[in-house]
Design a protein around this ligand. Sequence first.
Ligand SMILES: Cc1cc2nc3c(=O)[nH]c(=O)nc-3n(C[C@H](O)[C@H](O)[C@H](O)COP(=O)(O)OP(=O)(O)OC[C@H]3O[C@@H](n4cnc5c(N)ncnc54)[C@H](O)[C@@H]3O)c2cc1C
Length: 453
Amino acid sequence: MSALRLAVIGGGISGLSAAYRLRALLGGSAVIDLYEACDRLGGTLKGVDLAGTKLDVGAEAFLVRRPEVPALLAELGMASRMVHPGTLGPRILARGTLESMPRPTLMGIPADPAVVAHLAEPADLALMTDEPRRPLEWTRGQDISIGGLVAERFGRSVVDRSVDPMLSGVYSARADDLGLRAVLPALAAKLDAGSASLTAAVADLIGAASGDGPVFGAMSGGYQELVDVLVERSAAAMYTGTIVTDIRRGETGWLVDGIAYDGVVCALTAPAAARVLDSEPDLSRPLSGVDISGSAVVAMAFGPDVVLPELSGVLVAGDETVVRAKAFTFSSRKWPHLAGHGALVRASFGRFGAPVSDIGDDQLIDWATSDLSTVVGIWGGRGALASIDAVVQRWPAGLPRYGTGHADLLADLESGRPRGLVLAGATYDGVGVPACIGRADRAARRLVTDLTD
Ligand SMILES: Cc1cc2nc3c(=O)[nH]c(=O)nc-3n(C[C@H](O)[C@H](O)[C@H](O)COP(=O)(O)OP(=O)(O)OC[C@H]3O[C@@H](n4cnc5c(N)ncnc54)[C@H](O)[C@@H]3O)c2cc1C
C-alpha cells in the first residue's frame, strides 16, 4: 500500500494534537499536511510579551484532574514543564462586595442553602430549603437551560451569583444560554434516573467527586511551548496563512480545495466547519446550528507601586453592575512562576448575547483599568490605577455555545459522519483544552481505523 495522504484543517490545539497522533500511529511515511488560516499556529493558545513577561492571552490553564494534558506532556517528555497555581483562591464580586466562593458546588450549583447563604436572597434560600419537598417534573431525555432549571428550583439569585460566575468563565455564556445535557451530562443523567429533587441529584454528584492535589496546571513557558513541540513532533507540512474553502468527496478519498487526500481531520470552529463542508449537508446543517460566543482579554502590567488583592482573581456575578468585566485573573498572584514581574492582570469581557466586537481597543483598556480600580478599591487598596503595558486580544469565534439541544445535534453529526472524514474541536466533547486534546486523539484513531481496516 502506498503511504497515506492526510490533511488536517485548523492549527489550534485540536488540529495540532490530531496531527501529532496521526504521525505517532502511522509513522514517518504518511504524508500529513496541516492548513491554518492565520500566519501563526496555536489558535486560541497564544502568548504575548507584556512588559517583558510572556503571558497567555487565550487559554492559560488546564484541568489536571482530567488525564489528557498530563498524559500528553508525559508522552512528549514535557512533564517537568507543568506548573501549578499557588494557594490563593478567587472571590466573587456580587452586590458590590467581594464574597468568598461558594463551596462545595457542581459548577456553582449548591446542594445546601448554607453554601450560598452569603450570596443568595433570603427568599431564594427559603425556596432552596424547601426544594426537596417540592415535586420535580422531569421527562427522561428532556433538555433545559441550566439557568432555567436552577432559577425554578433554587431562585434567580443563586443563578446570578453562584452559577453564572462559574459558567461564564468556562463557556463565555450565562447559565440561561447553556443546555443542561451538553454542559452537565452527569446531572441530566441523575434526573433521568429519577432523582427526587435537584438538591438530591447535585448532592450525589458532589459526594462522588474526588481527587486530591492541584486542580489546574499550566505550562511554565506558556502554551506556546506545547504548540512548538506538537509542531515539531507531528512532522506535518504546515501551510499557515492558508484558508481552506472546500472539503468534498473525491473519486477515491477526499479533496481539500481540489488537492487529493485519503482522509481529513476537520479541526475548525462549528461555523467554519459548516462552511467548508457545504457539500456534506448531514454535517454542515447541524454544524451551522451552533452559535459562537465571542470575547476579549485585556492583559495588563502594572508597576511595583500597584498592590493587587491577595486573590488569584475575581469572578463577577451575572447581576453585578459596578464593573463591565466578567472576570479578572491576577496572574502574578495566581501563578508562582509569574510572580516577581510586577502586577500582571487579565480582564475578560464579552459573552454570548453580550459581544464586545463593537467596543474599540482603547475603550476596552479604559474599562479594564477602571474596573480593576473598582475591585482594588472594594478590597481596600488604592483606587485609580494606570497600566504600564496593555494588550487587547479578541477572540471573535472564541467558544461554541453548548445551548439546549446541543447534545442532540452532536448525535446527528455522529450518524452523518462519512468514512475518511473526522471532526475535532471544542464543539464536540467539551470546550477545555483537555477535552479538545481527547477528542483530537479519538478522531485521529478513528481516521486511521477508517483507512486501514
Ligand atoms: C479567552 C479564552 C480563554 C480560554 N481559557 C481556557 C483555559 O484556561 N483552559 C482551557 O482548558 N480552555 C480554555 N479555553 C478554551 C480552549 O482554549 C479552546 O476551546 C481550544 O483552545 C480550542 O482549540 P481548537 O483547536 O479546537 O480551536 P481553535 O483554537 O479555534 O483553532 C481553530 C483554528 O482553525 C483556523 N481556521 C479557521 N478557519 C479556517 C479555514 N477555513 N482554513 C484553515 N484554518 C482555519 C483558525 O485560525 C484557528 O487557528 C479558552 C477559550 C477562550 C476563547
